[in-house]
Design a protein around this ligand. Structure first.
Ligand code: PLP
Length: 427
């Protein structure tokens, strides 16, 4: 199969090979990224991409759907089992699309949503003015407490009481503490609003039982499948039975055409992996690694937002280190460590500069790294930031990073076979 790609399009083949090597040779600390398993990647690269299957299993608008129905039915059953949900729609192409579908299944333009502000951890699709959500709905933003940098539930309840929204959106892209989903459900009930929990970041931890599950306390639970859950890039919506018919209709034909059946098959594989007992062990290690890294960096003079973490990620406030998030992202990149700049609560810097970086441990934990490696990584982050203008030092850290990565291979065989094929074609 790879030989066909190489023959047809060597430029794309080489770009894929180089990206595979980049993922292999560097420390991936972007909290929303992970390494999908070979089984998930195998399902993605199949002829299921050829199939139109508008509709749902057993009720399609196209013939020949009997085998893709098997894939979608398995994905649905496993998603429901994993999170204890009444109903699952596994078709959303992305997390953003999952959110928009869920919003539009019960809201009308002009309705009001209460959600966490972007610079306080929320996501664009929770109501940023440039996102469709922000353009179609009124948004009232929650902010974290300036002192604790965590949600103040009394203030959130007061905001909900004042704004009387039609929906409360919880969940976040950059909030390291456990959400009290039940409290938000009570707030929603008190004003007759829907509660949508976007668990995209936490889904893997939730599946493994190491982070609170919102499913019992939300009308809708949306997610991506490619972050902690370690599946293919895509979206997922869970909901209560009584909301299911409207939700499915809003997904198709409301917001999408044909589902990506190769991605749905890969989601089924990912859910099966997440149901296995080893997944709990993996997610426990993800959490322990994040806590260890946050503590180690604190000991090196970094201020960790909210003082710690209950999940796979945390933000480091870099102001005491005299470096912006943007500069830190660049210098860590030169040292072979990939992070993303991120706003911290009440950040004086703009979104393209920021005072912080977000750090996550799902990918390095997938490689098998543990407490000893967290110590090495914390030291390299500290050293690289101190040497932001010293390219020679950053290069030497990169060499050390590479040595560590070689001890924890992830796509080694894939790279070897791609390189072997390329060398025979060049010869
Ligand atoms: N929801 C949350 C909480 C996210 O963090 C993200 C992505 O980072 C999304 C939704 C959007 O997912 P996608 O990039 O698949 O649209």
């Amino acid at each position: 199969m790879l030989d066909a790609l190489l023959k047809t399009d060597p430029d794309i083949y080489k770009a894929i090979l180089e990206e595979t090597k980049r993922q292999e040779d560097g420390l991936e600390l972007i909290a929303s990224e992970n390494y999908a398993s070979e089984a998930v990647i195998a399902a993605l690269g199949t002829v299921l991409t050829n199939k139109y299957a508008e509709g749902y299993p057993g009720k399609r608008y196209y013939g020949g759907c009997e085998f893709v129905d098997i894939a979608e039915e398995l994905a649905i059953a496993r998603a429901k089992q994993l999170f204890g949900a009444d109903h699952a729609n596994v078709q959303p192409h992305s997390g953003t699309q999952a959110n928009l579908t869920a919003y539009f299944s019960v809201l009308k333009p002009g309705d009001k949503i209460v959600s966490l502000a972007l610079d306080h951890g929320g996501h664009l699709s929770h109501g940023h003015p440039l996102n469709l959500a922000g353009r179609m709905f009124q948004i009232a933003s929650m902010k974290v407490d300036p002192k604790t940098e965590t949600i103040n539930y009394d203030e959130a309840a007061a905001l909900v009481e004042k704004e009387k929204p039609q929906m409360i959106v919880t969940g976040a892209s950059n909030y390291s503490r456990a959400f009290d989903w039940k409290k938000f459900q009570e707030m929603a009930k008190s004003v007759g609003a829907y509660h949508l929990s976007d668990m995209a970041h936490y889904a893997g931890l939730i599946a493994a039982g190491v982070y609170p599950n919102p499913a019992p306390y939300a009308n809708f639970v949306t997610s991506t499948t490619h972050k902690t859950l370690r599946g293919p890039r895509g979206g997922l919506i869970l909901c209560q039975n009584e909301l299911a018919a409207n939700l499915d209709k809003m997904n198709f034909p409301g917001n999408q055409g044909g589902p990506l059946m190769h991605a749905i098959a890969a989601k089924a594989v990912c859910f099966k992996e997440a149901l296995a007992p080893e997944f709990k062990d993996y997610q426990t290690k993800v959490l322990n690694n994040a806590r260890a890294l946050a503590k180690l960096l604190t000991n090196k003079g970094f201020r960790v937002v909210s003082g710690g973490t209950d999940c796979h990620l945390f933000s480091a406030d870099l102001r005491a280190k005299n470096i912006t998030g943007k500069e830190a992202e660049i210098c860590l990149g030169k040292a072979g460590i990939t992070v993303n700049k991120n706003m911290i609560p009440y950040d004086p810097q703009k979104a393209m500069v920021t005072s912080g970086i977000r750090i996550g441990t799902p990918a390095i934990t997938t490689r098998g790294m543990g407490p000893k490696e967290m110590e090495m990584i914390a030291s390299w982050i500290d050293e690289a930031i101190a040497a932001k203008n010293n390219d020679a030092k950053l290069r030497s850290i990169k060499e050390e990073v590479l040595k560590l990565c070689r001890q924890f291979p992830v796509y080694e065989q894939r790279i070897a076979s791609m390189e072997a094929l390329l060398s025979t074609s060049v010869a």
